[in-house]
Write a protein that binds this ligand. Structure first.
Ligand code: ATP
Length: 396
């Protein structure tokens, strides 16, 4: 566990890069620091291994105040990966990876053979071992950077925009491999990025920072998307753009659960007999809108009672549509329909976010997808039966 306790960093010129930061990065989890340029991400990260010293407050590694740990001991326990890998240009790949174990006195033969194993682990052919960094692509160099940080088997890894300098396709591969590796290794990771897509994909929890080094929100990806703490966070996660910045893949089989319904014309059951929100459907199982059971118990289900504030996700459509459906639904459950807009069930936000995190997103680099226009696949179908209709904010 890494814990920031009221940490402030003021640089000599007076710039406050980090302001009274309280934050805990849990053991074995990935904590992502995300935010606009200059919000203090890198400063926060570098204070953990004391490359930068805090001006006030303390940072704890498990039960020890890091200011009481000698820097060489601290850094042995903390791997560090940066954007351009930071490899030593005149050392071979295998020697780059073996750097720290050799410094720590590991036998040369063992250090090299461990390094070869690590290269394989990060997805690099052993044939690269004798090359020099300049003979590798950017993505390959990043893999070596990760292997080198892992070589001393530190329980903690700090990663500062490690995948930012490579093209979107390679970046996606590196992210997927990184998550697979983390599944095996269970390191405590603090990961810096300015890219909210990457934060959602990789983070177990996400800390959104705003300029001035203030923590705007610390939350799981699902919570961040569902309940942004303020307008700044909402803007940053793309809520105001209908999540258009988040390019999630299509053709997904959405997990869905049976959703209790009430038909138009039937009586709304007593509050004690139903969930808070009940989905109203017509005779052909076309969703019509949500009913607030507490407010309408005992009344006949009519148009006037319907809350239509939710989009529909079509089975096999995009994950973004599914996310929209969950987030726009007053019940928090996203309505999933078939191609004829008949109800299949409802999707849970947590499950959709899990899919987003594990599925490749080929549209990441699609520059045309920034318009805020509705998807072709059902993202903008409102809960109103078979035909799309205008979104209404409350009961009609
Ligand atoms: N050595 C320094 N002296 C003075 N100010 C600094 C120094 N290093 C960083 N800063 C300032 O501190 C603030 C936070 O910088 P930091 O690099 O931590 O932000 P960041 O969120 O990592 O930014 P980016 O995403 O652009 O890398 C910025 O205003 C930056 O200009």
């Amino acid at each position: 566990m890494i814990r920031f306790d009221n940490v402030t960093k003021r640089y000599p010129d007076g710039t406050v890069a980090v302001d009274s930061l309280d934050l805990t990065a849990q053991t074995g989890k990935i904590t992502v620091l995300v935010g606009p340029s200059g919000c203090g991400k890198t400063t926060s990260l570098r204070m953990i291994n004391r490359m930068i010293e805090p001006s006030a407050g303390s940072i704890w590694l498990d039960d020890r105040d890091t200011s009481t740990i000698a820097t060489h001991e601290l850094r042995r326990r903390i791997g560090y990966v940066i954007q351009h890998a930071g490899l030593f240009p005149h050392r071979t790949i295998v020697d780059n990876v073996a750097t720290v174990p050799l410094l720590l006195g590991t036998d040369k033969k063992k250090a090299r053979s461990d390094a070869m194993d690590l290269l394989e682990r990060v997805g690099l052919d052993r044939g690269f071992a004798k090359r020099y960094p300049a003979q590798l692509s950017g993505g390959q160099q990043q893999r070596v950077g990760v292997a080198r940080a892992l070589a001393a088997d530190p329980p903690v890894m700090l990663m500062d925009e490690p995948f930012s300098a490579v093209d979107p396709v390679v970046r996606e591969q590196l992210q997927d491999e990184f998550l697979r590796l983390q599944d095996d290794l269970g390191k405590t990771i603090v990961f810096v990025t300015h890219d909210i897509d990457e934060a959602i994909k990789l983070g177990d929890q996400i800390a959104v920072l705003r300029v001035g080094g203030h923590l705007a929100q610390l939350a799981t990806p699902a919570d961040l998307l569902a309940r942004p703490a303020d307008a700044f966070v909402a803007g940053f996660v793309g809520r105001d753009r209908g999540y258009r910045a988040l390019g999630f893949s299509e053709g997904q089989e959405l997990p869905h659960h049976e959703e209790p319904t009430v038909r138009m014309g039937e009586t709304v059951p007593a509050a004690s007999e139903a969930a808070e929100w009940l989905l109203a459907v017509d005779g052909d199982l076309h969703p019509q809108g949500w009913i607030n059971v507490e407010q309408t118990a005992g009344r006949e289900v009519t148009e006037e009672l319907l809350y239509r504030g939710g989009t529909l996700a079509t089975q096999g459509g995009s994950l973004r549509a599914a996310l929209d459906a969950c987030l726009s639904s007053p019940s928090g459950r996203g309505v999933v329909v078939d191609e004829d807009h008949r109800l299949l069930g409802s999707a849970q936000l947590d499950e959709v976010v899990q899919l987003i995190k594990t599925e490749p997103r080929p549209s990441l680099a699609d520059p045309t997808d920034q318009t805020g226009q509705a998807d072709q696949d059902g993202a903008d179908h409102r809960v109103s039966g078979a035909t799309p209709a205008t979104l209404q904010k409350g009961p009609a």
